[in-house]
Design a protein around this ligand. Structure first.
Ligand SMILES: Cc1cc2nc3c(=O)[nH]c(=O)nc-3n(C[C@H](O)[C@H](O)[C@H](O)COP(=O)(O)OP(=O)(O)OC[C@H]3O[C@@H](n4cnc5c(N)ncnc54)[C@H](O)[C@@H]3O)c2cc1C
Length: 490
């Protein structure tokens, strides 16, 4: 049984200092209000924070962090809390610094195709702000209507349109950061290639372990002249996987290429009833192409032909925005729709070489059968980023433990075929124990040097990314030990 000694800190004087910076309304300290912050999208891990602080400016974040530094208090940045790897999970004896009030779009420079935002700005707002002028922000996680840009930066988030244009790191030009000692630094800038170390690149994807981003300069793109979405349905997952490989090896890079299997198709049709996804298909492919009209027209023909050669039954295409949205609607709602299939589900996020798709999907099916769970698959097929959704019922004793073990088997399989532990959801608390499966001790040590250089006292988001003994199966152990109870202090 997992036991932890609770440190008893006297929070009262510290809270007074926080209130002096952000006002009484900027500090959450009541037990019932803190419950909101006890987990992120990975709900199997829970820990109530001791205090939540809601700053509005870089300077306020810096002052809060300085108080944490002086008092050796661990702090964790939190955006919208939609992360799926437990990145914003509180630790014992910590302050959560939540960016929900840092939601200003600070400047829009269409000529130079840049937007500067505070980290709490919701991903989708960036495109909404510039779309009227013919621009958009490319990284579009399925959670884009709720997740924050700060969270996207920390997780290096991807989305359905990242195949051609790249994930978040390719769209962040510069950052204003509060380092773990409270100092404020600017990294990167307004031009793509700055001299010196690429600290923007180091920070993007660092999951809150190197400090807090308080301003983000984003690159926006011009909306393509022509956009077309194709939906192809297949009678086997293998055939759809082969079509994906053939499209890319044929030299076409679609803006996005997504696959859903039969379980996901039916879940989506039950919940959002697109009417477009054939319920009897074993797999569908959604392929979006963009560019000049002539180029899109030519690629549309080629992709349709490749899908047909690989056994596609029907191909539907949509060029006008309303019809395109209709084809995408089901894919965007796929995670939510999985909730319709079972009381709980566990989303895994691994990457494999595209050519391994048929083999890995078959192996995942066998693993599901071995452990006795149904697994729905909905994923970014173009870049081999899998999202198996393991369907289970958490009220059954031992289920979470088995599901975590199954999730681990899937990750090990991804690494075995030359892939990776995460495509976009990050390592967080959930997957740190698998890091040694992918990295050697010296690889991990080199990463730790970077962490120590920015975060020498280890106060910024401790316990994430890097493995510690006991980390595997932690959520299940904690649940069975019923150790989520915290002490009433206020
Ligand atoms: C239904 C659903 C669909 C999803 N689809 C996708 C998808 O398609 N692609 C994808 O990539 N992800 C997806 N996700 C996961 C999640 O939405 C992303 O990881 C997102 O970037 C998290 O943003 P957030 O604001 O919720 O961050 P949080 O969950 O609050 O935090 C995530 C991490 O970022 C750190 N952090 C937050 N703000 C800052 C900051 N200002 N400075 C430094 N660190 C910070 C936190 O400490 C934590 O480690 C999905 C999640 C859900 C629930």
């Amino acid at each position: 049984m997992l036991t932890q000694e609770k440190k008893q800190r006297n929070w009262k004087p510290i809270i007074k200092q926080f209130e002096a910076v952000v006002g009484k309304n900027g500090v959450v300290k009541r037990r019932e209000e803190l419950i909101t912050y006890e987990c992120d999208g990975l709900t199997s891990y829970r820990q109530r924070p001791d205090v939540v602080v809601l700053p509005r400016t870089t300077e306020q974040v810096a002052e809060i962090v300085k108080i944490c530094d002086r008092n050796s208090i661990p702090f964790i940045a939190r955006g919208a809390g939609t992360g799926l790897s437990g990145g914003a999970l509180p630790t014992e004896d910590c302050v959560l610094i939540v960016t929900a009030l840092m939601r200003q779009i600070l400047s829009v420079d269409l000529e130079n195709q840049q937007v500067v935002v505070q980290p709490g700005v919701i991903n989708n707002w960036v495109t909404q702000t510039v779309s009227g002028a013919g621009f958009y922000y490319a990284p579009d996680p399925s959670s884009q209507i709720i997740c924050s840009i700060g969270g996207n930066v920390a997780e290096n988030s991807g989305g359905v349109h990242c195949l051609k244009y790249g994930v978040t790191t390719n769209h962040v030009l510069g950052l204003k950061l509060v380092l773990p000692d409270g100092s404020i630094v600017d990294v990167g800038g307004q031009i793509p290639e700055m001299p010196g170390y690429d600290l923007t690149g180091v920070f993007v994807g660092s999951e809150g372990t190197l400090g807090i981003a308080t301003e983000v300069t984003l690159k926006i793109l011009k909306t393509a002249q022509s956009i077309c979405v194709l939906l192809a349905d297949f009678t086997s997952v293998e055939a759809a996987g082969a079509a994906v490989s053939d499209i890319i090896s044929g030299g076409i890079i679609p803006a996005g290429m997504e696959m859903m299997d039969n379980l996901s198709i039916n879940a989506v049709e039950d919940v959002v009833a697109t009417g477009c996804y054939p319920r009897d298909a074993e797999a569908i492919l959604l392929v979006e192409i963009d560019g000049l009209e002539v180029e899109v027209a030519a690629n549309k023909q080629r992709i349709a032909a490749i899908c047909k050669q690989n056994g596609a039954r029907n191909i539907t295409t949509a060029s006008d925005p309303v019809q395109r949205l209709k084809l995408w609607k089901g894919r965007k709602a796929a995670f939510a729709a999985a909730g319709h299939l079972s009381p709980d589900y566990y989303v895994q996020d691994g990457v494999i070489p595209r050519t391994q798709l048929p083999y890995v999907l078959q192996e995942i099916k066998y693993l599901g059968e071995k452990y006795g769970y149904r697994i729905a698959n909905v994923f970014h097929a173009g870049d081999g980023n899998l999202h198996p959704l393991v369907l289970y019922d958490n009220s059954i004793p031992g289920a979470l433990e088995k599901v975590e073990e199954l999730g681990g088997e899937i990750l090990k399989l991804c690494v075995k075929v030359g892939g990776s532990l995460s495509g976009e959801h990050g390592i967080g608390a959930d997957k740190r124990c698998y890091m040694p499966n992918m990295f050697s001790p010296s690889d991990l040590e080199a990463m730790q040097w970077v962490r120590a250089a920015f975060n020498p006292k280890g106060l910024a988001n401790p316990g994430k990314i890097f493995p510690t003994p006991r980390t595997c199966g932690e959520a299940a152990r904690a649940q069975s030990a019923k150790q989520f109870e915290t002490v009433e202090r206020f």
